[in-house]
Design a protein around this ligand. Structure first.
Ligand code: F6P
Length: 546
């Protein structure tokens, strides 16, 4: 199926050419209910999408596009455990991990819920032991520092959540994340830690990932400078699908927390890959996050497409990417504790929808996933917002705004919120030449000086954004937000007719790194590479400290 050939897509092409100069400013002036009409809620989470270059007709046409690709039946297929990850012949069941209603979800004739509940219970018991001091290190001390050793989905999601839920942290427990194979990452983490009170969580779905195994082996070597081989069991636990490799590494499989092949890496923070989260904020708060994810799942599954938050966000993305030709999308949280939210979203979206082959294996001729990027407001305003306001590219932005801080704020929160709102208003309104002229005259400019400055001070405006507004960043709200973006990515994948749940594009680099490693490690004959790679290897050999 090629979406660009279906009548609804063709109709959107025509609609785009009628509407490409639609002025949002004018639309707001014409319709006082616009903010209300172009908003949708799920629980306490509001999506205001009124500052987009759309009319009601646009939204109807986009929803028709979603209908034409059977969006509802795709949603049902995912929730029912169908093997929609066709290239790996796997179900896609991160939704089961947070299925708080506990209704059966069948894969290959077996309900997955009992196994999920067993692992959740094991996580709870382990967290209780660590927190109460029933689980002690080799010298009889309580664990104070959790070090998660993982990468990609086995790092980014849990690291982001731990930052975001810092106000919920259990007293006396610190959490650290080591991912990069660059020895700096592990060394700078370990130099602050005491092996007697450090617990390592080696998190790897496959337990074959080079970076994670290298870091885990070095962490064990560091530990063995103080503890004995027997003590490893008290200081190393694992999260994986691969019991054999865990055991080969030397971790007792009793200390392994199971995950399953139907959990994608970038969708795995809801599983035992979330163990560092549960250790850091407690199992109750971890489960509150699952509750939030489940609430968004219920919304996604039950709401009509036209009022469905992930569907609407997905469709707006399609509108810009495939019709306006945008290439990037910024996610800007106005909450410092969400600093790593854009990074997690980057893996979630780009590893899912960075595809050039459709479900049937044919090369596709339309744009798919955008570049996702962003940093917390207000820092971004003093860095890259210049380009979003006045640059030559159209960059849709998501503003993520919690109303209340967890910290005593005096005026900080009001200033923060005012800035977030100001940016979205400025992007939409812009400032035209007449407005600039009036301002300059007021400031005392005239004549040539005024004319010279004027064009630089014009803001084109009409730049789109969504605003996600909610009372406070609680575990439930964070769960809702992450699930919202997961489903948005899925919606876009369905429309583009791609499998959002494999990631073959990461394999070639892994293979080549293995092949190049001996050339970098030794002085022997260099294997056959392109001339650039060979020359770089030669230079590395010359420059390397002996
Ligand atoms: O980057 C590829 C990838 O497979 C991700 O999808 C995954 O999250 C990451 O590597 C880590 O994989 P694992 O958990 O198997 O170590």
């Amino acid at each position: 199926m090629t979406p660009i050939n279906i009548p609804e897509w063709q109709s959107l092409i025509r609609h785009y050419s009628d509407l490409k100069y639609l002025s949002m400013r004018e639309q707001f002036a014409l319709d006082s209910d616009r903010a209300h009409d172009f908003s949708v809620s799920s629980g306490d989470l509001l999506l205001d999408y009124s500052k987009n270059r759309v009319t009601k007709e646009t939204m109807e046409k986009l929803v028709s596009l979603a209908e034409s690709v059977d969006m509802n039946s795709w949603i049902e297929r995912m929730f029912n455990g169908d093997k929609i990850n066709n290239t790996e012949n796997r179900a896609v069941l991160h939704i089961a991990l947070r299925n708080r209603s506990n209704t059966p979800i069948m894969v290959d004739g077996e309900d997955v819920m009992p196994a999920i509940n067993t692992v959740l219970a094991k996580m709870r018991s382990f967290c209780d032991q660590v927190h109460s001091g029933a689980w002690l290190g080799f010298s009889g001390k309580k664990m104070t520092d959790i070090v998660n050793v993982g990468i990609g989905g086995s790092d980014l999601g849990p690291a982001m959540i731990c930052d975001a839920l810092e106000p919920y942290g259990v007293d006396g427990v610190n959490v650290h994340f080591v991912s990069n194979v660059d020895g700096t990452d592990l060394s700078t983490t370990l130099e602050k830690l005491n092996p007697e009170t450090t617990l390592f969580v080696v998190a790897s779905k496959t337990f074959t990932t080079q970076e994670t195994l290298t870091n885990a082996e070095s962490a064990r070597a560091w530990f063995l400078q103080s503890g004995s081989q027997q003590d490893v069991a008290k200081h190393f636990v694992a999260v994986s699908t691969n019991a054999e490799a865990v055991s080969d590494f030397g971790i007792d499989t009793d200390n392994m927390f199971e995950i399953w092949d139907w959990v994608g890496g970038r969708y795995s923070l809801w599983s035992a890959i979330g163990l560092p989260i549960a250790l850091y904020v407690g199992m109750d708060n971890f489960e509150r996050m699952l509750d939030g994810g489940h609430e968004m799942d219920n919304h996604f599954r039950s709401q009509p497409l036209a009022e469905n938050m992930p569907v609407l966000m997905g469709l707006l993305g399609i509108w810009y990417i495939n019709f306006f030709g945008t290439q990037t999308h910024a996610i800007v949280p106005y909450d410092h504790s969400l600093a790593r939210f854009p990074n997690h979203m980057q893996q979630l979206d780009m590893e899912s929808n960075g595809k050039v082959t459709n479900r049937e294996g044919q090369r596709i001729s339309y744009k798919t996933g955008p570049v996702i990027w962003g940093t917390p407001g207000t820092n971004g305003q003093h860095a890259y917002f210049q380009l979003i306001h006045q640059g030559t590219q159209l960059i849709p932005v998501d503003f993520v705004l919690p109303v209340n801080s967890h910290y005593p704020d005096r005026d900080h929160q009001s200033i923060l919120l005012a800035n977030g709102l100001a940016q979205s208003e400025a992007l939409m309104r812009g400032k035209n030449a007449e407005e600039v002229r009036a301002e300059l005259v007021k400031e005392g400019f005239s004549g040539k000086q005024l004319e010279a400055l004027l064009p630089h001070k014009v803001f084109p405006g009409n730049r789109p954004s969504n605003t996600l507004l909610f009372p406070q960043l609680t575990p439930e709200m964070l769960g809702q937000l992450v699930a919202l973006y997961e489903h948005k990515v899925f919606v876009q994948g369905v429309i583009w007719n791609i499998n959002s749940f494999d990631q073959w594009g990461v394999e070639l680099g892994k293979q080549l790194a293995k092949a190049i490693l001996p050339d970098v490690q030794s002085d022997g004959e260099i294997a056959v590479h392109d001339s650039s790679t060979t020359r770089l290897i030669e230079l590395i050999r010359q420059l390397r400290f002996k």
